[in-house]
Ligand binder design. Structure first.
Ligand SMILES: *Cc1c(COP(=O)(O)O)cnc(C)c1O
Length: 460
């Protein structure tokens, strides 16, 4: 029997992709300032930069586009999505936003009622952290220590450290904690899941202290699948029931629909119970995102999302999705390549601190591996390490971190297992000459979000 679940769909439309030669890639990468963000996608053979908005829509979604109602106010499309969101979350209120960060910018400030407040999350995603800071608060991460031990198996490396959470609440004072943010799956820790047991314990601590609970649930369906397959007592549960049990723990649900919503653009805000909060968020939405029945989205895209949200919870789809990531991870692990293990929901994270230990963090070991992989095989991965983290605002030094990752992010329903083999072969070839990899330094360093537009050169 096949160890991995195969695709529960077949291909109806194809998009050609082109292989380049190694010689061409050398020039292309040099012209991109040794930063693959500056490559044109036509020069990339397999694009594993992100899983955000890069998936394939289904025939049902393309069909739904035709039903899109572009009415400025009261669009049918809105009511169709609203009924799906309410059905899944069982919350009282729904507001669309143009993407995840749009939801963050209108919701998070509502919880910041005075100076010196903090949000505590298992790990804040970078836009979430940015919006916490823009709202005048501080973002504190509180991940379980297993998240940082890449080589040891733990089924739920995305978990909160609940002991640390209690201490943090004590230290800061509960009145100064603006919210507890449950990031599911924990994107920055490697797409790692959070168990329901841990979610419940975390929510209970927040409730005991009267602290609002916010779910940052871009990948809530993938998380539910991990609970079904890894947590005791859930093997026979439906994805919907697990999702509902998760939502029942929180006051607000924010979602970048570009992930498990299976659309290219979109965001969701759902609010449980609190009419005042709903009204306040709605007022803030109008000047920032748009009228509350479109919130920055196009009517037809709202319809595609109403379908995509349900498809994203299909257990056969999830079984293949999670297995495709595991398939790539297993190929690398069997070749002795260090990865965050077990693999999470949307990407394989290669541990480049172990891959290229001779390159110090401030010369970006993971970026060096990313570049070499592109040269070897035309695959575009992304650095998640010190280049991305930037400089410490106080010391102005590049931030050191034990997690120097190359993220191989798998778009949904887009690539085949053969593509994964090409990726694995490329990484193996880079691994076989890892000692020759060189560190990088800046030629141009932008002041903020430097990884997107920096140009680099090799340290000789
Ligand atoms: C992608 C993501 C966001 C931000 O969403 P965008 O749609 O990119 O604005 C927020 N939180 C998590 C966990 C994410 O993965």
């Amino acid at each position: 029997m096949n160890q991995y679940h195969a695709e529960p769909y077949k291909i109806k439309m194809v998009e050609p992709i082109k292989k380049t030669t190694k010689k061409e890639r050398k020039t292309l990468l040099k012209n991109a300032g040794y930063n693959p963000f500056s490559l044109r996608s036509k020069d990339v053979y397999i694009d594993l930069l992100t899983d955000s908005g890069t998936g394939a829509m289904s025939q049902e979604q393309w069909g739904a586009l035709m039903r899109g109602d572009e009415a400025y106010a009261g669009s049918h499309s809105f009511y169709r999505l609203e009924s799906v969101v309410k059905h899944i979350t069982q919350y009282d209120y729904f507001i669309p936003s143009h993407q995840g960060r749009g939801a963050e910018q209108v919701v998070l400030p509502e919880f910041v009622t005075h100076d010196d407040m903090v949000f505590i999350s298992n790990t804040h995603f970078d836009t979430t952290r940015a919006h916490v800071e823009i709202a005048g608060a501080t973002a504190i991460d509180c991940a379980t220590p297993e998240a940082f031990d890449t080589s040891t198996y733990h089924p739920f490396k995305g978990n909160f450290d609940t002991q640390k959470l209690k201490k943090l609440i004590e230290t800061h004072g509960k009145e100064n904690v603006a919210g507890v943010i449950l990031t599911i799956t924990n994107n920055s820790a490697g797409g790692q899941p959070v168990s329901l047991k841990n979610l419940k314990a975390t929510a209970q601590i927040a409730m005991d202290n009267n602290i609002p609970v916010i779910i940052d649930g871009a990948r809530f369906s993938e998380n539910a699948y991990f609970i079904k397959t890894r947590e005791e007592g859930y093997a026979d549960s439906d994805i919907l029931d697990i999702a509902r049990e998760t939502f029942a723990l929180a006051d607000v649900f924010l979602m970048s629909a570009k992930k498990d919503g299976l659309v290219n653009m979109g965001g969701i805000i759902a609010i449980n119970n609190d009419e005042t909060l709903y009204k306040n968020v709605r007022s803030r939405l109008v000047p920032m995102e748009g009228f509350p029945t479109y919130g920055g989205m196009i009517g037809r895209d709202i319809d595609a999302l109403a379908v995509g949200l349900k498809e994203g919870m299909d257990v056969d789809y999830l079984a293949h999705r999670i297995d495709q990531v595991r398939y790539l991870g297993d190929q690398l692990r069997h070749a002795g390549i260090p990865i965050q293990y077990p693999t999470g929901g949307h990407a394989v994270f290669v541990d480049c601190k172990a891959f290229a230990p001779h390159i110090p963090y401030h010369q970006f070991p993971a970026q060096s591996v990313v570049n070499e992989l592109y040269l070897e095989s035309g695959v575009r991965a992304v650095e998640i390490g010190s280049l991305l983290l930037g400089r410490d605002p106080k010391t102005n030094e590049t931030v050191d971190t034990p997690l120097q990752f190359m993220r191989l992010t798998i778009p949904r329903r887009t690539y085949t297992q053969n593509h994964m083999d090409v990726v694995a072969e490329g990484v193996k070839r880079v691994y076989s000459k890892r000692e020759q990899l060189k560190g990088l330094t800046f030629e141009y360093e932008p002041p903020v979000l430097r990884h997107f537009t920096a140009t680099l050169k090799y340290v000789e």
